[in-house]
Design a protein around this ligand. Structure first.
Ligand SMILES: Cc1cc2nc3c(=O)[nH]c(=O)nc-3n(C[C@H](O)[C@H](O)[C@H](O)COP(=O)(O)OP(=O)(O)OC[C@H]3O[C@@H](n4cnc5c(N)ncnc54)[C@H](O)[C@@H]3O)c2cc1C
Length: 490
């Protein structure tokens, strides 16, 4: 088509839509626009594509690969966009383990979230309480997902599901969270809720916790075979097949012409559009804040972790924050700018679902990150190692190497993670509903032809592509008069 002539980085391009950033949301928007018959180009600042879903070889042991950001992908199966796009039909294997996640506990057996709800309940002190929390959501999982991953602007189609979710949100997002009984069940839920990196209890952490805990018992918590890079690679292949082009190593610093969709933090628009930003919007962007950060530590291990509770040997995903009380206290410290001695640590052992991740010498990756204050420069390798040692004495002996990225350096490999905030400022209930600034359509901006699609826009973080989907839907309708979305299946 080529309706617009765009100038980026001194190069003139003739395209309908420019997408800035090749994360899952940027690629989702690009795929939809390309499939709708528009010409699309994607500019990526980093040398490789995929944003928060990239996999890279270890710097020393080339046979071991690390997931730089995301590693575990319930949303790749649950997202309506990715479900229709059909990753499986495109050769992406999402291996669903029997154990979704494990939460070791001090001085007692671990809490385990199995794919099987009944097995989870059977092993908890008060399984009936866990069942009461989640079984009614599992029963109506499609409707719950439509609500949580929805555009937050449409009236819920299933009021029963909305009511069930709402009641549980109020319960687990407030001091009423004591209604969930059993130290193990409480820790199990809080470990999942802590994915939002916010104080607990809070509505935003409860919302994410309910969705992710429900998904463990429906689609499961899969590991993509070969690493998370398999997901953006499938999107890239489809984009190219529909005429889209991608350019890596090209940070966009000045306004591209024509329609532009930014898979970036909203604040990136400030330096790109400067005085073209209407003053009220400029003020809102200046007020935009980012949350606490994460410090990544990727280990190379020579063998399995010597867990005290042997059931953890089958858990590819681990929440290592201890009890609910401990997690809540550590998250409070982080929010107040302090480094807890024992922070919330999340970990993944992808080889347990994908043995191909073990190299010929038996080395395997251990993916971890710790919650830390925004902008922290502290290397968390020793802290994370000590957390593992609590539950697996002798852990140190299987560590071959550790690669640390303090929170302050997270933005070096993805400018969206300001201060190490992997939620891009979106991890509050306000942002989850309203979007980055208060607008009826949170994917639009008051700058002519400029849209946002990153995880800073609803429905927020995770590899689901839904923010890209909603942004593309807006762009097609508003800019090109296309009301019917293209088919996405292969
Ligand atoms: C450590 C970590 C662990 C995570 N774990 C999980 C997990 O297990 N499961 C899960 O579902 N999610 C996980 N996430 C979250 C998930 O990765 C993100 O929510 C998701 O990638 C967001 O997608 P996006 O397209 O909005 O942005 P991103 O994936 O962040 O992509 C944005 C892209 O824009 C590029 N960019 C930014 N500015 C510019 C510019 N000016 N010019 C050109 N390009 C630019 C960036 O380089 C980047 O490639 C994790 C994230 C991190 C960091």
């Amino acid at each position: 088509m080529g309706l617009n002539d765009g100038m980026v980085g001194g190069r003139t391009e003739s395209v309908d839509v420019t997408v800035v950033g090749s994360g899952p949301n940027g690629l989702a928007a690009a795929v939809i626009c390309a499939r709708a018959g528009l010409s699309v180009q994607v500019f990526e600042a980093q040398p490789t594509f995929g944003g928060g879903a990239r996999t890279a070889a270890d710097q020393e042991f080339a046979g071991v690969s690390h997931d730089i950001c995301s590693a575990v992908h319930p949303l790749a199966l649950a997202s309506p966009f990715l479900a229709e796009f059909d990753l499986r039909a495109r050769g992406v294997t999402l291996a669903v383990p029997e154990v979704a996640y494990g939460n070791p506990l001090p001085g007692r057996p671990a809490a385990i979230g199995y794919h099987d709800l009944e097995r989870t309940c059977d092993e908890l002190d008060d399984g009936a309480s866990w069942r009461r929390l989640l079984a009614p959501l599992v029963e109506r999982d499609d409707a719950v997902l439509k609500l949580v991953l929805g555009d937050k602007r449409s009236i819920p189609g299933d009021v029963v599901a909305a009511a069930r979710f709402g009641v549980r949100l109020l319960e687990q997002g407030t001091p009423a969270w004591r209604a969930l009984s059993g130290e193990d069940a409480r820790a199990l839920f809080s470990g999942v809720a802590a994915h939002t990196i916010s104080q607990m209890p809070s509505l935003v952490s409860a919302g994410a916790g309910l969705m992710l805990a429900m998904l463990a018992h429906t689609v499961g918590w899969p590991i993509p075979v070969g690493g998370s890079q398999a997901i953006p690679d499938a999107l890239i292949a489809d984009l190219r097949a529909h005429g889209g082009t991608l350019i890596a190593g090209e940070p966009v610093a000045s306004p591209p012409d024509g329609v532009v969709i930014f898979d970036t933090a909203p604040t990136a628009l400030q330096s790109i559009y400067r005085d073209r930003i209407p003053s009220r919007y400029a003020k809102a962007l200046r007020r935009y804040t980012f949350g606490p950060g994460v410090a990544k530590v990727d280990f190379v291990l020579s063998d399995e972790i010597p867990w005290t509770d042997s059931r953890l040997a089958n858990a590819p995903t681990l929440h290592l924050g201890g009890t609910r009380e401990h997690m809540a206290s550590a998250e409070r410290d982080v929010a107040a700018g302090r480094h807890p001695e024992w922070p919330m640590v999340l970990a993944a052992l992808p080889h347990l679902a994908d043995p191909g991740r073990i190299d010929a010498q038996g080395r395997r990756p251990l993916w971890t990150y710790a919650h830390v204050p925004s902008g922290s420069t502290v290397d968390q390798t020793e802290t994370v190692t000590k957390v593992f040692e609590r539950f697996a004495p002798g852990f140190r002996d299987v560590v071959v190497a550790a690669r640390s990225i303090p929170a302050a350096q997270m933005s070096d490999h993805n400018a969206n993670y300001v201060g190490g905030d992997i939620g891009v400022g979106g991890n509050t209930m306000w942002h989850a509903l309203a979007g980055p600034t208060l607008r009826w359509n949170p994917w639009s901006t008051p700058i002519d032809g400029v849209y946002l699609c990153s995880s800073a826009t609803p429905p927020g973080g995770g590899v689901h592509g839904m923010a890209g989907y909603y942004a593309a839907r807006t762009v097609l309708r508003r800019e090109f008069g296309i009301k019917e979305l293209p088919k996405l299946s292969p």
